[in-house]
Design a protein around this ligand. Sequence first.
Ligand code: NAD
Length: 243
Amino acid sequence: MNKVVLITGSSKGIGKATAIEFAKKGYNVVINYLTDENSAKELSEYLQKEYKIETLVVKADVSNEKQVQDMVNKTIEKFEKIDVLVNNAGIAIDKEFEDRTVEDWKKTLEVNTIGTFLVSKYVSENMLKNKSGKIINVSSTNGINTFYPTSIDYDASKAAIINLTNNLSIQFAPYINVNAVAPGWVNTPMNQELPQEFIKEETAKIYKKRFAEPEEIAKVILFLASEDAEYINGTFIKADGGM
Ligand code: NAD
């Protein structure tokens, strides 16, 4: 029986690359999207054709409890179990410090942090029943180091994911391993609006002298979900090329 992975926000960027890496390993993949139905369906068809696996495409807002419950129920109905959860969905609102509002804070925390909690809460019910599971949360180096107050709410939401990861690993012990990956800059749609000059300055600070490709983060996530990472629990791996 194929293993099953549910990846939030997987129609593009790191989530899409992660879906491809898991499909290559024979996992059945649940593709969650919020707005881009076409990309989610295209990815689904590609994975089925290329890797001969089964997929399920589910629209759900990870910050909406009812929608999260429905997504988990649909997954269990189709695949009966969830072996791996990747909490990848995230947003970053680009604004100067002075313009940042309470609404921006709420939205960012709701999607990035509370969304991670909600999906973990409902997926863990099935994993605990099966006494087995891996949860990988996508944090950020912004949650570990402090870079720019212009992303103050995003940074707080990603720092909270590190803490959430530790708490969940205790809560779900000894059955579910919960870990996080903290990427630095990655070439994804999230960064496509960044000014070229800023990209140049940031690239100069990275030891590897380039942004990561989404596949490079996806491979770290795949490792954390693998049996080789069985004794890694309640921690995070930084993948920022050195910075
Ligand atoms: P992206 O914008 O390409 O992808 C984010 C995905 O999350 C999109 O598919 C989006 O639709 C989805 N999403 C947003 N809100 C959602 C919601 N409420 N419910 C369900 N899905 C939702 O960006 P990405 O760079 O691929 O980001 C993936 C993750 O990696 C995010 O958590 C991001 O914070 C994190 N990250 C990215 C970078 C980077 O440089 N790109 C660095 C560190 C961490």
